[in-house]
Write a protein that binds this ligand. Structure first.
Ligand code: BGC
Length: 354
């Protein structure tokens, strides 16, 4: 999907109003963040021999994100609603709201100018933490309510990148934020992620229709290519004959996370291991779902920060979030935020090697 250059801010404005902030912890891990789209531009982690490499896909400067020929949401905070809302429409408290449609007939990742394409304000920045804020106005991309948001990235000394989201609104609305970092644990641009082994803490996933909208069914993963309850190479079943894999062009689905007794508690979502480098990424979240997307639409046309082409399946995303199309699916956990309530969500990316 390409976004017309006229939308949002221009590359020049971005260059003027944005900066790159570097977080570094005791172990030497580095996270670079820009206030354009609250984008994580790079994460340097150690392999089993202690070597640091950048494990995220992206560009060198904030303006390059806007100038790039394709915009796959590298590293960005996605919102007001991560993933799809069917036909760009929902009814809330009896009122129907029409959103921008930017993915066929559907609304994807907040619309034409989502939170990934706006300039955030840096509220505070220290050596290991940065807080970014953004005020999304009433009717922005069609959503009701003025939404005050904050996203905080903290790189702690346990080699965890902790992401905290917070939001309040003045009218009832839907909020579903996520982080769209593409990881390649072998280092960005180093081939595909098909050899990475993934465990997803989920017994069910939400099958989709031809427009990638959940049908409403929660389907057991057992004996399907969607079973990642035990670690499995991403590439093992990705080309299997399977209707859902054809519809997603690979894995591009929401898994229903197994939660403990407290639904909003931080719980394990996924573990990814790269046998070549020994790097491990462990993802925990307070969210009920995770969109596991295997970079099926990367085409090799984009060249990344070190000059290497980003090939199809050259990165994977673990977008912790509520389920796609929840505003139209009353059986799914609710994404409604009302005045007086506080939207809170936390996701932790923990890095190690073995
Ligand atoms: C969506 C994909 C989409 C990708 C990049 C993912 O979250 O589920 O369908 O292509 O983001 O936009």
């Amino acid at each position: 999907m390409t976004v017309p250059a006229s939308l949002g801010v221009s590359a020049d404005e971005v260059a003027e109003s944005t900066d790159v902030y570097t977080l570094q912890n005791q172990d030497g891990l580095v996270v670079k963040v820009t206030n354009y789209g609250a984008i994580i531009m790079s994460i340097l982690t150690r392999d089993r021999d202690g070597n640091l490499s950048d494990v995220t896909l992206g560009h060198r400067t904030p303006s390059e994100y806007i100038e790039a020929a394709e915009k796959p949401y590298f590293g960005a905070v996605v919102g007001r609603y991560g993933n799809r809302i069917a036909k760009g429409s929902f009814t809330l408290d009896g009122e129907t709201h029409t959103l921008a449609t930017n993915n066929g007939e559907n609304h994807l990742h907040g619309g034409l100018t989502g939170f990934d394409k706006v300039v955030w304000t840096v509220k505070s920045a220290t050596k290991q933490s940065i807080e970014l804020t953004y005020v999304s106005h009433d009717q922005e991309e069609g959503y009701p309510g003025r939404l005050n948001l904050s996203v905080t990235y903290t790189l702690n000394d346990q080699n965890q990148l902790v992401i905290d989201y917070r939001g309040t609104t003045d009218k009832a609305t839907h909020v579903n934020l996520t982080q769209h970092t593409y990881f390649n644990l072998a280092g960005e641009g180093n081939g595909t992620i098909l050899d990475h082994e993934v465990m997803l803490n989920a017994d069910y996933f939400t099958p989709v229709d031809a427009g990638s909208i959940p049908t409403g069914e929660l389907r057991r993963v057992t004996e399907t290519p969607f079973d990642f309850t035990s670690p499995k190479a991403i590439g093992r079943d990705i080309n299997a004959e399977n209707e859902q894999l054809s519809l997603g062009n690979g894995y591009d689905h929401n898994w229903v996370l197994n939660k403990g007794v407290i639904p909003d508690e931080l719980a394990l979502a996924a573990v990814v291991y790269d046998p070549a480098t020994g790097r491990v990424l462990t993802v925990s979240t307070t969210e009920p779902g995770v969109q596991f997307y295997t970079g099926n639409f990367l085409s090799g046309n984009l060249t990344g920060k070190s000059g290497k082409a980003y090939v199809r399946r050259g990165g994977f995303c673990l977008e912790t979030q509520h389920f796609p199309d929840s505003p139209n699916q009353p059986e799914f956990p609710s994404t409604i935020l009302r005045p007086g309530e506080v939207y809170r969500s936390q996701t932790v990316f923990a890095f190690s090697a073995k």
